[in-house]
Design a binder for this molecule. Sequence first.
Ligand SMILES: [Zn+2]
Length: 325
Amino acid sequence: MKWMSKRFTFVVIPDANQTVQRYRVTGLILTLIPITIILLTICSILFIYLFSGKVAHLKDLSNQLASSEENYELLLTERDEIIGTLEADLFAVSVQAEQVRSKLTDISELELQLKEIAGIEDSTVRISSSSPTDKGGTGGEEIPLLSSTTNAKADHTLQNLTTMSLAMDDMKPSLEATIKGIKKYQYILEITPTIWPADSRKITSTFGVRRDPFSGRSSLHSGLDLGGDRGDPIYASANGVITLSENTYPQGNNIIIDHGRGIETRYLHLNKRLVEVGDKVTKGQLIGELGNTGRSTGPHLHYEVIVNGTQVDPRPYIKEDREDK
Ligand SMILES: [Zn+2]
């Protein structure tokens, strides 16, 4: 401690003819100077070490950033390619959706025609052919990923598909109802006497009041007379059951078919009867031969249509040829 308080004098001689300068310092200061120098040196080394570490880290970060930028560019390119592919796919899908929509419209139009033919009330849901509109509001923030044209196309396609999906949901029960209606129509057609009962189209006497060929007096002719040759085929004009098959006067060999729904047909003056009571016959089936039996002036078929027990004009019932039934 004594050394610390000791004083030391340093003499500095600048030049021979200049005054000598004296510096007086204590032992404490002489001790502190080397310690300070050592501490400063350590601090400098530490600073250089740490700083060089940071520089390396910064370099790394810079490299990473450059690499990230490169990857980002690559991702952007890939994204553009994917969007391009998606846009092409979307276009193809939208074209197909339009085609399917058009076909569905055609199908529902055909169904409508079928319903009209079969006299079924139409409840088919029509597929709208209008384009999507901007009616109604929408909300929420939108981030446009695709171009506005592509977005509009995607919306249109989605709307098309939704409409078609709904229409198809309705189509099944509608088609089932149509099939049911057509089957009923088909059944009614089968039991309605719509075909010519003979090959001959030669009408020798129409239904209505006429002069009786035997008595010469005016009387109601209750059927349609078709001229022909003895033995010509006679056909059932609709599906039904034979309720009469006999030879009586003045009808001659005659057959009655019950078609249901209050409708019967009768075939008179036959040469031969080929069916028996209780037989089920189908439209166009051969049931007898044209003849001249009973009260008849020559070979012909007297054909009657009876509705609820009353003879009516058969002509409006005959809609088609046997072959076309
Ligand atoms: Zn007649």
